[in-house]
Design a protein around this ligand. Structure first.
Ligand SMILES: Nc1ncnc2c1ncn2[C@@H]1O[C@H](COP(=O)(O)OP(=O)(O)OP(=O)(O)O)[C@@H](O)[C@H]1O
Ligand SMILES: Nc1ncnc2c1ncn2[C@@H]1O[C@H](COP(=O)(O)OP(=O)(O)OP(=O)(O)O)[C@@H](O)[C@H]1O
Ligand SMILES: [Mg+2]
Ligand SMILES: [Mg+2]
Lengths: 165, 165, 165, 165
């Protein structure tokens, strides 16, 4: 079990470093195993440094930087054994427009092997989707699922378009 | 092994039978606050065997059954199915389509089915072993995970890595 | 101290009920003091029911509904002794467009007695501001504050406009 | 008693002296992820007497001093001032303008000043007693507060009400 963990750790660390640099257009990150005699008991430290900034604790990063770092880490693990589908619930909420774009491009990169379902309030994310579903509560407390076309999305506020369905 | 669709009936705010077809690529789900988007995420978690009602925002498992509204009566059971394309025979079952179903009734326990045949949750987990399908850290990604993943005291990274090795 | 608390509690409760109904265009909410012999030791329960939905635990509300409920509660306390200024850091992130509008109108209602500073990535919130500031990091790691005009905001992506300054 | 401006120098990413003029009504602050918007919020919390480095996302108070970048040396101290309009004599000081200042240097403790005269934090709290100014629950509202306010186990509502009575 110890070697399996060590091997997985090394792979995740490499994936994390690469995905982070892609999402942050630079900078560097690392996963550090603080070895005690037993790697199964050691501390795992996440190090993340956006480009131009100094190395520091991840707690000092901004809300958006932390979100992007966590996304990089989760996808670093995902790459070990990609899941056939992945649901993301409003993970883009803290991201500025530029980072939403980078987040979406990351999903596109993996979308050949994984079906992504992205719940979002963000117009840029919606524009990047291949398909759109809307959830409505025309009758209070009762949810219904509807297909939404991209014309409906661009024509007016998509949420209002949904209300009218 | 593509995911073809999710079917829900009586699950949280999805009173009527609802089918969400999974398309290739990136699918965006949009709608106003409270309309039921995260309930879809809960449904997928639940059918994959989520044991903790708290993880599904409830106090007891019964909370996932449609509770009724001011105009509608509560329902007596909830059922969710995940339907996979198995034409590549990735799953060890002699069917082109494999449906995983979970059903719960009030004051009852959960029942599981594979293609309508009753089974145990263990059978489902064995079936999907090594496919990446399951309640791992990257099949369902929500906003709260950011804080947990980067909080050194939570030791979440270790848990995620151990799952993956 | 016991009567002071009881008086404050009653006032906050009234304010909460009124602000909630404004923010949710209906529905009802309450603050319930579960009396033990000592009101200074009793449990305070928050009850919130958006219109058309059944009464339930606040944990079952959606992300956006919870955010709006918390905002209503904080402003219910604010009204007891309004602060001359109030900083809000991305509290609109989980809100859909309609609720952003309601949130902004709440701020406008109190903006005669309080100066509001709202940090946001949301275009609708920005449109509602009376003044705009941008924060840039033209030089990596060094923040600078700039005034942003509404023309700059509408002309192109305001963040890109900031980058260009 | 209006807030006229915030002045920061050497505070977190605000290396140079920065003045944020508080205007009437609603002011929106925008900018890319990580550019320093929440650092402004930290500055206001800090100058009002925040004692917990953790609340300011650091490990020790020294973490609020500009740490330098790859191209800039760290600074030796941080200083923030909050300047109030006191023409209505709401504050018990014979000045038309009242400035509250906090300064900290590396390996030093915090010093407080009222209009450049050294004072204790207690003097500042006494001065602002009953004005609504202070680190109460509604002067600075961040996203995390939502989860805390609605979590029954946190008992945060009681704390907020006790502050307010
Ligand atoms: N068992 C149930 N029966 C009926 N309705 C339920 C049940 N459980 C939850 N709900 C309702 O579902 C709604 C929450 O839905 P959900 O969390 O999916 O919203 P959402 O679309 O994700 O919104 P947001 O954009 O704010 O995150 C709540 O209003 C709640 O009343
Ligand atoms: N003492 C310090 N010295 C220099 N830079 C610092 C210091 N403390 C924090 N920072 C930097 O400030 C940045 C975070 O700024 P802040 O949290 O204000 O961003 P933000 O504008 O709120 O972003 P977001 O939109 O993602 O929330 C971090 O990148 C961090 O490196
Ligand atoms: Mg949701
Ligand atoms: Mg921030």
């Amino acid at each position: 079990a110890r070697e399996m963990f060590q091997t997985t750790f090394e792979q995740v660390r490499q994936n994390f470093r690469e995905i982070f640099t892609t999402l942050f257009s630079g900078g560097e990150a690392d996963l550090i195993l603080h070895k005690t005699d037993d790697p199964l008991q050691s501390d795992i430290q996440v190090m993340a440094r956006p480009s131009g900034k100094r190395v520091d604790s991840v707690s000092l990063l901004s809300g958006g930087e932390r979100a992007l770092t966590a996304i990089a880490l989760l996808f670093a693990v995902y790459l070990i054994k990609p899941s056939p589908f992945c649901l993301l619930d409003e993970v883009d909420a803290p991201l500025d427009d530029m980072n939403v774009g980078r987040f979406v491009r990351l999903l596109e990169r993996f979308s050949d092997r994984t079906q992504f379902i992205v719940i979002t309030h963000n117009k840029l994310t919606m524009e990047a989707g291949n398909h759109l579903y809307g959830v409505t509560m025309e009758e209070s407390g009762v949810s219904r699922l509807v297909s939404v076309s991209f014309d409906e999305l661009r024509g007016e506020d998509p949420i209002e378009a949904l209300e009218g369905i | 092994m593509r995911l073809k669709r999710v079917e829900m009936i009586g699950f949280k705010s999805f009173m009527d039978r609802t089918v969400l077809d999974f398309r290739d690529g990136i699918t965006c789900v949009l709608g106003p606050n409270g309309c039921g988007k995260s309930n879809v995420v809960d449904a997928v978690r639940w059918v994959l065997g989520e044991q903790s009602a708290k993880q599904l925002r409830g106090e007891k498992m019964e909370d996932v059954i449609f509770k009724g509204t001011r105009r509608r009566k509560p329902m007596s059971s909830a059922e969710v199915s995940l339907v996979f394309d198995n034409t590549a025979q990735r799953l060890n079952l002699p069917y082109a389509e494999v449906a995983v179903t979970r059903r719960v009734s009030r004051a009852g326990t959960s029942d599981y089915f594979l293609n309508k045949t009753p089974c145990r949750l263990k059978d489902i987990r064995d079936l999907f072993y090594d496919t990446g399908v399951g309640n791992n850290a990257y099949s369902v990604i929500e906003q709260e995970i950011v804080g947990q993943v980067l909080d050194p005291s939570e030791d979440k990274v270790r848990t995620i890595l151990e799952e993956g090795s």
